[in-house]
Design a protein around this ligand. Structure first.
Ligand code: NAI
Length: 273
């Protein structure tokens, strides 16, 4: 408890999934939480609920891919709070687009704009609010930033970019006392997975989840609150000597070389949750 007492945190992509779970955890840990997302309705629901129970949570309509929207937000935060201590660049989008020669240019541009450019813009305009006192920045990358997926080259490019952009920021701001790390989730049960693969009730969504369980050593998909706990570690002083690091939280997927074995081993399949 209170690991973020007196800390002002900005969380982008705060409305649903990993962002929402992190808003809840950071508020519980005593932070003032400034939520930024295009989905105002969901953000406000969460903020109202937390504020009823003593939280200090505000929501702002921000499109992280739009420079003007981000600068307006940064100006507003500066006016209202002066400085911030934590920035969680978590907003993201993903969609299959086919092979590179088929991949729609608009989709590639959109994913790069939200995931990679959005991380850059939010950092560029909010870092000035951290320069005096230092702080911690966490960028949500992905295991898809460390290896590649079928038909998702735009996402792979964006997330690979975020992982290395994180290291660049860590070096740029180390002497200002700003630590910068990335969090690379595996497959986490959030609305993004519903959009990408179908919901649990749809046949494809069901198959996708089963296959993911089989190839995940821990035998299940991850939960948003499990990602929030990693973000809390990186945001708090518990990680005071960690910077420029990419923390993968994927149930072990990236730890092995031959997922084929998992798909043909019945005992392994039966051991999933
Ligand atoms: P989600 O769809 O629940 O959350 C994404 C959030 O970003 C939503 O609230 C959405 O409204 C917001 N958003 C989208 N475009 C935006 C924009 N232009 N400006 C501001 N906000 C915007 O999905 P999830 O899974 O919680 O995603 C959070 C992050 O985690 C994303 O960066 C995603 O790429 C990453 N991730 C998710 C994985 C998963 O398996 N769910 C795996 C690896 C990474």
């Amino acid at each position: 408890m209170n690991r973020l007492q007196n800390k002002t945190s900005v969380i982008t992509g705060a409305a649903t999934g990993i962002g929402k779970a992190t808003v809840e955890l950071f508020a519980k840990e005593g932070a003032t939480v400034l939520c930024a997302d295009i989905n105002t309705e969901e953000m406000e629901k969460t903020a109202n609920e937390l504020n009823k129970n003593g939280g200090n949570v505000k929501s702002y309509h921000v499109d992280v891919s739009d420079e003007e929207s981000v600068t307006n937000f940064a100006n507003q935060v500066k006016e209202e709070f002066g400085t911030i201590d934590v920035l969680f660049n978590n907003a993201g989008t993903d969609q299959e687009g086919g092979k590179v020669h088929e991949y729609p240019v608009e989709l590639f541009d959109k994913i790069i704009a939200v995931d990679l450019r959005g991380t850059f813009l939010s950092s560029k305009y909010l870092i000035p609010l951290m320069l005096d006192n230092g702080g911690s920045i966490i960028n949500t990358s992905s295991m898809s930033g460390r290896a590649a997926d079928l038909d998702r080259s735009g996402y792979n490019a964006a997330k690979g970019g975020i992982t290395n952009f994180t290291k660049a920021m860590a070096i740029d701001y180390a002497r200002q006392g700003i630590r910068v790390n990335s969090l690379s989730p595996g497959t986490i049960e959030t609305p993004l997975i519903d959009k990408l693969a179908g919901s649990k009730d749809e046949e494809m969504g069901h198959k996708f989840r089963d296959a993911n369980k089989w190839i995940t050593p821990l035998g299940r998909l991850g939960r948003p609150d499990e990602m929030a706990k990693v973000a809390l570690f990186l945001a708090s002083d518990d990680s005071s000597y960690v910077t420029g690091e990419d923390i993968t939280a994927d149930g072990g997927i990236m730890a092995y070389t031959w997922p084929g074995k998992m798909l043909i081993d019945n005992e392994w399949k039966e051991d999933t949750e």
